[in-house]
Ligand binder design. Structure first.
Ligand code: SF4
Ligand code: SF4
Length: 325
């Protein structure tokens, strides 16, 4: 909880004192993945990865710059054999560690998550819908992953991307959230993950998408605490895919690091990109990200963080509860 309060203070410090820092970092440790989801092609051309010592060197720099929260992502982070060492190293630096995973390799590596603070599983709907998009066994991997995480005392969150196939059945994930008493973040399928070759198969029709988000807003207004987005975050997502001006948290209190150590605002090629952390150092690389506005942003976490910077009280409350990510 201490780290979360510090991250909240970093947001306020950036807002009122112009003290920019990478308080919250999402770090794609690898582009490789053991699954081949219909809507994603990141695994097709993986870039070079930092080795373990290089990762530790970056973690040292993040710790020196008072990073409070790291969200490890991929590809699939469990593809890296050194994931446990990386989690433990970050944990020993006092950093709140989170991990996005498809859970496919978790049962063989359960002990790796002992020092993790929170684990996020992506699930799209009922077994049939989910596995048609993410591959056979993906749904059951998540269910067993939740049990494993609980047995280690690791907090669990769910993430659901809204796409053509699940607009009629996404509430199944809310039923799961209730049965496990965990919270789910919803967002549209964001472009950085989208395999252009399959876009026409998965992108939702706007009218149906908006109907689904209206339903989420209505449930949230009735007090459904298993929806993790804030009300204002949902109202923003309702506008997809129309252009909406957004305050970007990147270069302000947040940055993304990719597998080879390049810093950026997010996964989307919005430019200008920052420098490489290993070659240029974290401080110089982070300050090369000039705080910016964007014409549209549909990643729920970054939308919520941008709203926190704008002092939206509902989003700040979510953030302090650490239900945001
Ligand atoms: S969406 Fe995630 S689990 Fe699916 S192929 Fe891409 S990186 Fe792997
Ligand atoms: S899409 Fe734009 S606003 Fe959103 S995180 Fe990326 S650069 Fe920032």
């Amino acid at each position: 909880m201490k780290e979360l309060l510090h991250a909240g203070l970093a947001v306020l410090g950036a807002r009122f004192l112009n003290k920019k820092s990478p308080a919250i970092v999402s770090w794609s440790l690898t582009d490789k993945c053991d699954r081949h989801c219909v809507y994603c092609n990141r695994w097709e051309s993986p870039q070079a990865e930092l080795n373990t010592e290089e990762v530790f060197s970056v973690l040292n720099q993040l710790s020196d710059m008072k990073t409070r929260i790291i969200i490890f992502t991929g590809g699939e982070p469990f593809v890296r054999q050194d994931l446990k060492e990386i989690i433990n190293y970050a944990h020993n630096k006092g950093i709140y560690t989170m991990l996005h995973t498809n859970a496919g390799l978790l049962s063989r590596r359960a002990g790796d998550i002992r020092n993790l603070d929170k684990i996020i599983f992506c699930i799209l709907g009922p077994r049939k819908v989910n596995d048609s998009l993410r591959g056979d066994g993906a749904y059951d991997n998540v269910l067993s992953g939740i049990e494993i995480a609980r047995s280690y005392g690791v907090k669990v969150g769910l993430l659901t991307v809204l796409c053509r196939q699940n607009l009629d059945s996404f509430e199944h994930v809310l039923d799961l959230s209730k049965s496990f008493d965990v919270r789910t973040v919803f967002q549209p399928l964001v472009s950085h993950l989208l395999n252009p070759g399959n876009a026409c198969l998965v992108l939702p029709a706007e009218e149906q998408y908006r109907k689904a988000v209206h339903r989420l807003i209505s449930l949230k207004m009735k007090g459904d605490r298993h929806i993790n987005n804030s009300l204002s975050g949902l109202k923003h997502l309702l506008l997809w895919p129309d252009p909406v001006r957004v305050k970007c948290p990147g270069g302000f209190v947040y940055c993304r690091i990719d597998a080879k150590g390049d810093i950026s605002y997010c996964d989307r090629p919005v430019g200008p990109e920052g420098a490489n952390v290993l070659k240029n150092g974290l401080s110089r690389s982070f300050s090369s990200l000039v705080p910016r506005f964007c014409d549209s942003c549909w990643c729920a976490m970054r939308v919520e963080l941008g709203n926190c910077i704008k002092l939206d009280m509902g989003c700040l409350f979510n953030f302090l509860e650490m239900n945001l990510f």
